[in-house]
Design a protein around this ligand. Structure first.
Ligand code: HEM
Length: 456
C-alpha cells in the first residue's frame, strides 16, 4: 500500500487530471476547475496518489492522496513544507500561520488552555449553551441547521475558551464578523492570483477588518479587569491580556498586534469546523435509521442532560463523531507550500509549489476502509484504529501542527448530539440523496439546509 505513485506513469512530473483537451491551456483549465471544484478534484484523484493541476494564478498545484505522503509533509520531512501564503493573509501571525520558533513559543503558551482535563471541566457550560439554543426551537419547527450549529459553536467557543458568554440576541458584530472570514477561501477565488479583488475577497477584507475591531473590543473588556499573572489566566482573552500587561508578550511572540491575530485565528479555526462536524453528524443520524436507533437507545439511558461523567460512556455517540469526521471531514484538504525541490511518490515537485493533502480522498479510499462511502460508525469497534496506517484517518491533521482544539471539538460534538438527541429528533425532509455539501476552505453544509425538529 505504499504511496509510490499508484497507477501513475514513471514520468517525473505527476500526472495531470483527465482533461486531455484542455491541459495544455492553463486558463481554460482554471475556469473548469472553478466551475466544478469537487467533481474536478475527485476525477483527478481517482487513479493517482499524486496529481498536478494547472491553474492560471498560482500555476501548477499538487494534490497528495496517500497516508505516506501525509506523513512526509506533516512529520518526517516537515522542514521542506511550510504553511502557504493564504494562511498569513487570513490569520496574520496567529498560531495557524506562524512558523519556526515563533510558532513553537505560541503553541507552548496556549497549550495549557487546551489540556484535556481543563476542557472536560467545561462540560456543564457546553451543555448549558446547547440547551439555551435548543429552548428556542418549537416542536414541528423547521430550523436552518448549518446556521444553528454555526451560532452554537460560536456560543460554546466564547463561553469556554474565551471566558465570556455571548448574548443570544446580541453581540451581533461578533457573530457577523465571524461568519465572513472564510470568504477568503471560497473556491471561485482559489484558481486566481491573490491580488485579484474577487467579490469574495472584498467581503473577506471587510470581514477581517470587522473581526479585528471586535478582537480589540474583547481584549479591552478583559483589560479592565486583568488577571494578575499569565499563570492565573483561565481563558484565552485573559491570558493574552496578562501576557501583554506582564511585558512577557514580546518574548512570547504574542506582542501587541499579534494578540488580535490570535483572537481572529481561534474564532476562525474553532468555529466553522466544529459547527460543520455537528451539522453533518445530525445529517448522518437523520439519514441512517439503524444508527439513529442505537444512538437514541444510548442517550435514553442517561438520567438527565449529559455530564462530564457521561463523556467516557457515550460510546455510540463517540463513534458517530469519529465516523462523521471520516466521511465529512470539515478540513477536507490541508494546504502547504514546498520550501525546496522535493520528490514525492517518485514525482518531482518544484520549490514554491502549492500542495494540498487530500484528507477526504484518503479517508474514503477503499484500500483503507471497507465500503468507504457508507456511514458506518460500527466500523470503529473492531480494532480498525489499531490496524489503520498512520494518517489514513487525519481529520485533525498530524505531527507537531496537529489541531490544538481537537479535544474541545470532540467533547462539544458529543455533548451537543446527546443533549439534543435526548429530547428531539432532527428530520431531513428533502429526498435528495446527495449530502448538502458546500466546499470552501472548510467543508460546509449548504446554507439554508433545513431540518424539522420533532419532539421524541
Ligand atoms: C471538528 C473540528 C475541527 C477540525 C476538523 C479541525 C481541523 C484542523 C486541522 C486539520 C488542523 C491542521 C492544519 C494544518 O496542519 O495546516 C488544525 C489546526 C488548528 N486548529 Fe483545528 N479543527 C477543529 C476544531 C478546532 C477548535 C475547536 C479550535 C480552537 C478552539 C481549533 C484550533 C486550531 C488551531 C489554532 C490550529 C493550528 C495549530 C498549529 O498550527 O499549531 N480547531 N485544525
Amino acid at each position: 500500500m505504499a504511496g509510490d505513485g499508484r497507477r501513475g506513469d514513471a514520468e517525473n512530473a505527476p500526472p495531470l487530471p483527465p482533461y486531455p483537451s484542455t491541459v495544455g491551456h492553463p486558463l481554460t483549465h482554471s475556469f473548469r476547475t472553478m466551475r466544478d471544484v469537487f467533481g474536478f478534484r475527485d476525477r483527478a484523484l481517482a487513479n493517482h496518489d499524486v496529481v498536478r493541476v494547472r491553474l492560471f494564478g498560482p500555476g501548477d498545484v499538487y494534490h497528495f492522496a496517500h497516508p505516506d505522503h501525509f506523513d512526509r509533509v506533516l512529520v518526517s520531512d516537515r522542514e521542506q513544507f511550510r504553511k502557504s501564503e493564504d494562511f498569513r493573509i487570513a490569520f496574520g501571525r496567529g498560531l495557524v500561520a506562524a512558523e519556526g520558533g515563533e510558532w513553537r513559543r505560541q503553541r507552548e503558551v496556549l497549550q495549557p488552555l487546551f489540556r484535556r482535563e481543563r476542557l472536560r471541566s467545561h462540560a456543564d457550560t457546553i451543555v448549558e449553551q446547547v440547551r439555551r439554543r435548543r429552548r428556542r426551537w418549537d416542536d414541528g419547527e423547521r430550523i436552518d441547521l448549518p446556521a444553528e450549529t454555526s451560532q452554537l459553536s460560536l456560543d460554546v467557543l466564547f463561553a469556554t475558551l474565551f471566558g465570556r458568554e455571548l448574548a443570544l440576541d446580541g453581540d451581533e458584530d461578533v457573530r457577523e464578523a465571524a461568519g465572513r472570514l472564510s470568504d477568503w477561501f471560497t473556491p471561485t477565488s482559489y484558481p486566481l492570483p491573490n491580488w485579484v479583488p474577487t467579490p469574495a475577497r472584498r467581503r473577506f477584507e471587510a470581514g477581517r477588518r470587522r473581526l479585528r475591531a471586535v478582537a480589540d473590543r474583547l481584549l479591552a473588556e478583559k483589560a479592565a479587569n486583568p488577571p494578575s499573572t499569565p499563570a492565573d489566566a483561565d481563558d484565552l482573552l485573559s491570558l493574552l491580556v496578562a501576557l501583554r500587561e506582564s511585558g512577557a508578550g514580546e518574548r512570547d511572540a504574542l506582542g501587541d498586534d499579534r494578540l488580535r491575530d490570535q483572537v481572529v485565528t481561534m474564532i476562525f479555526a474553532g468555529h466553522d469546523t466544529t459547527a460543520t462536524a455537528i451539522a453533518f453528524a445530525f445529517y448522518a443520524l437523520a439519514t441512517n435509521s439503524d444508527v439513529r436507533r442505537r444512538f437514541h437507545a444510548e442517550v435514553d439511558r442517561l438520567d438527565g442532560p449529559p455530564t462530564v461523567e457521561d463523556l467516557d460512556s457515550l460510546d455510540v455517540t463517540d463513534r458517530i463523531v469519529t465516523e462523521t469526521l471520516r466521511l465529512y471531514p470539515p478540513v477536507y484538504t490541508i494546504p502547504r507550500e514546498a520550501a525546496a525541490d522535493v520528490t514525492v511518490g517518485g514525482y518531482r515537485v518544484p520549490a514554491g509549489s502549492r500542495i494540498f493533502l487530500a484528507v477526504e480522498q484518503v479517508q474514503r479510499d477503499p484500500r483503507f476502509f471497507d465500503d468507504p462511502e457508507t456511514f458506518r460508525p460500527g466500523r470503529w469497534t473492531d480494532g480498525l484504529r489499531r490496524d489503520l496506517p498512520d494518517f489514513a484517518y487525519a481529520p485533525f491533521g498530524g505531527g507537531p501542527r496537529r489541531c490544538i482544539g481537537r479535544e474541545l471539538a470532540r467533547i462539544e460534538a458529543k455533548l451537543a448530539l446527546a443533549t439534543v438527541g435526548r429530547e428531539y429528533e432532527l428530520r431531513r425532509e428533502s429526498t435528495d440523496a446527495d449530502p448538502p455539501l458546500a466546499p470552501e476552505m472548510t467543508l460546509g453544509m449548504e446554507s439554508g439546509t433545513t431540518f424539522r425538529v420533532v419532539e421524541r
